[in-house]
Design a protein around this ligand. Sequence first.
Ligand code: VG1
Ligand code: CO
Length: 543
Amino acid sequence: MMIRTIPVTPFDGQKPGTSGLRKKTRVFMQPHYLECFVQAIFASIGGVAGKTLVIGGDGRFYNDRAVQIILAMAAGQGAARAIVGQGGLLSTPAASHLIRLNKTDGGIILSASHNPGGEDEDFGIKFNMSNGGPAPESVTEAMYAATRSLSEYTLFEAPDLDLGRISTVTLGDMQVDIVDPVADYADLMETLFDFPAIRARFAAGFTMRFDAMCAITGPYAVEVLENRLGAAKGTVTHATPLPDFGGMHPDPNPTWAHELMAEMMGKDGPDFGAASDGDGDRNMVLGRGAYVSPSDSLAVLAANAHLAPGYAGGIAGIARSMPTSGAADRVAEAMGLPCFETPTGWKFFGNLLDAGRVTLCGEESFGTGSDHVREKDGLWAVLLWLNILAVRGQSVAEILAEHWARFGRNYYSRHDFEAIEADKADAMIAALRARLSGLAGQKVQGMTIRTADDFAYTDPVDGSVSKQQGIRILFEDGSRVVYRLSGTGTEGATLRVYLDRYTPGTGDLQLDPQVALAPLIKAAHGLAGIAEYTGRSSPDVIT
Ligand code: VG1
Ligand code: CO
């Protein structure tokens, strides 16, 4: 056993995207590839000597190897302590919590989130800061710079640690605490929600289905829903995390969680349904016959959060990512709360949460969360919904209908065009960008364009500026189209088109969103020339 320094040549393209570095698993499995990125992470935080890190991942293929490599590198570079989930497992929100609970210097999370897992699928890695949140752009840029200049990495060479047993061991001079991945997180949930009220509701016959999609939330959902809240055994399906997610695509949306969707849309479905993604930070919630769009979910949660003990004193404010619908803004306005619009990606919420300016945050991509951690949190959102349902004693459909009648409804949809050739997607965006200044006043599909811009964000806390965060076309009637290219994919480019149209509470509130949005969809295709540039006339995934 010894400390070894290994010379390397830098790899191209180790540039973190919306949420860390994501590549095909086999790319990560190349000799020294993961090591080089980990070395760059260490460099971007001024080294790990004397520091404590949380380490864990969603259990996908290569998670186990990656954890051993990171431990060896941390030990070889003088880290004082590592806190690792048993088996190398931690959901993203649980990792965020452990970083905060133990006042550590940060953590490394292994996941490609909602992307499929397996030797031929996707893998990913990201660093979270001591506040528990994803590294901000300044740090990810430092990481990328380091990946291009490094010439060696150092590790402590030793046999693999046995991570299967909850225990404290040492690796060289580093202490390694192998902890229960679920317990602290489940305890945190008990402090936020009215567990007795939810338990009483389950005892009275309330039924639920939670589809963990063979990913990391299985053990968390079983412990919280079945063991602590008394939901029937079997409430959680696909509950065992598997390295390839059992072949499932753990993206909790109507397309990929179709099994749950079918059950919930049936007449005899459970009262409440939910699904989570690979690393446990996303959620989809459903009632019997009722789909809750993520943007609406944020708005409903914000309007009702005070019903849960953890938010009984009210919330400080709401933040949503720019492409997320304006539904939460209506709630903020009615409740006299500040509302912030940030670029896509949870890292942009961190400063607002740390400064106490917002309590709830959300993204249209099935992400909702609060100041309890610094990540979005799938199971947390499900529990807040359960708490609200238990207190209000209504169905999901009734709560949605009342919400829309009070605040109006933002008809909303996202259309994704996947695996487009990158240069075609870039050309389309570039052409659109070049035409932006001339669009105001033009009429499309009977609607007049009020303004068009390329979203830029100035962080109100530290003043940092992020440019080119999505192209927005805003119409005079309040409707909106947003175009963005995904920053989490591993193959070609994915074009996301976000569509939002407001109808007041006195209007028609029960339309199919695709019908309500039809003119806007046509306008979106025409304005950007989607078919001309990409050859695609219809999206691959609609949410
Ligand atoms: C997507 C979502 C974004 C989310 C990000 C990470 O990014 O749109 O809202 O924050 O994934 O979520 P992009 O760049 O592909 O649009 V997760 O659950 O993948 O960590
Ligand atoms: Co995720």
